[in-house]
Design a protein around this ligand. Structure first.
Ligand SMILES: Nc1ncnc2c1ncn2[C@@H]1O[C@H](COP(=O)(O)OP(=O)(O)O)[C@@H](O)[C@H]1O
Ligand SMILES: CC(=O)N[C@@H](CCC(=O)OP(=O)(O)O)C(=O)O
Length: 257
């Protein structure tokens, strides 16, 4: 019998808000059973970048990661954010282990080589290459993996990988050993009919409805890659919920049908 595993992804606006972050980590630490946390931090990386005099460049929600920006995201995601979260979880009694995809070679990746735009040090990975046996070994050792948005190219370089994609990939790969539930937590109540009005929550969303709402411009910006990743997981049998970070332990948000 496969056990349930919960994969929670927290976005950049949550990570950047100390009070929300503390509350969501508190709720996360109380989830029973195996669990994995994935965090973004795009906002913190952009702020740090500006402070260092490096202008952030985003194309379709993805960071153009040149050599200097790679150093910034390694510092921000792998250091500042990841270690801060691990320390907080430890204080909450959750035995967190901070990881990038390079650690224990759990998520080997390759530099994106898509034609027109050169994204620089941005990594894509094959889900089949994720070392789920190693991950299961850590989880069986009563550890809670905490992944940041970094992978590696297996040739000595770290790569920047979108945290939503990483969370979806991990959930799909973990389906080999568990029944995965993937929870995307951010600063809105879920997928909304009006992205500025939390009262317009869509409680259940199927793929056809998603396509219509996208065509009508009701779903836009960062919600499009998030839902593409979310439906990719849904298609592989992962339960997916998109909800407000402060509702982590409540039956709230948008469930993918
Ligand atoms: N229909 C919608 N419902 C909710 N949010 C939406 C919608 N369309 C666009 N968005 C925007 O998508 C953003 C979430 O995407 P993103 O910033 O990439 O998330 P995260 O911080 O979790 O990585 C929200 O902040 C919101 O402004
Ligand atoms: C390639 C790429 O764009 N990577 C993202 C990784 C961080 C992330 O995904 O953070 P959020 O969840 O806060 O958006 C970036 O650098 O912004």
């Amino acid at each position: 019998m496969k056990q349930e595993i919960t994969i929670v992804k927290i976005g950049g606006n949550v990570v950047d808000d100390a009070s929300t972050l503390e509350k969501v980590l508190q709720e996360f630490s109380q989830i029973s059973g195996p669990k994995v946390l994935v965090h973004g931090g795009g906002k913190i990386a952009s702020d740090l970048s500006v402070k260092l005099g490096i202008q952030p460049k985003m194309v379709e929600g993805r960071r153009i990661t040149d050599e200097e920006s790679l150093k910034v995201v390694m510092m921000a995601y792998g250091g500042l954010v990841n270690k801060g979260i691990v320390a907080q979880l430890q204080a909450m009694g959750c035995n967190a282990l901070g990881l990038t995809g390079a650690d224990a070679n759990i998520i080997p990746a390759h530099k994106r080589n898509s034609g027109e735009i050169d994204y620089g040090y941005v990594g894509d990975f094959n889900i089949e290459d994720i070392d789920t046996a190693r991950l299961q070994f850590l989880i069986n050792g009563e550890l809670t993996p905490v992944f940041c948005a970094l992978t590696h190219d297996q040739q000595g370089s770290m790569l920047n990988t979108n945290a939503d994609t990483l969370a979806s990939g991990l959930a799909i790969s973990l389906a080999k050993h568990y029944h995965p539930k993937l929870v995307y937590c951010f600063e809105k109540q879920g997928v909304l009919l009006d992205s500025e009005d939390d009262a317009t929550l869509i409680r259940e969303l199927n793929y056809l409805h998603y396509q219509q709402l996208k065509d009508d411009g009701i779903i836009h910006n960062g919600m499009i890659p998030k839902l593409d990743n979310a439906f990719a997981a849904r298609d592989k049998g992962v339960k997916v919920v998109i909800k407000h970070a402060l509702e982590l332990s409540k039956p709230a948000g948008t469930v993918l049908a």
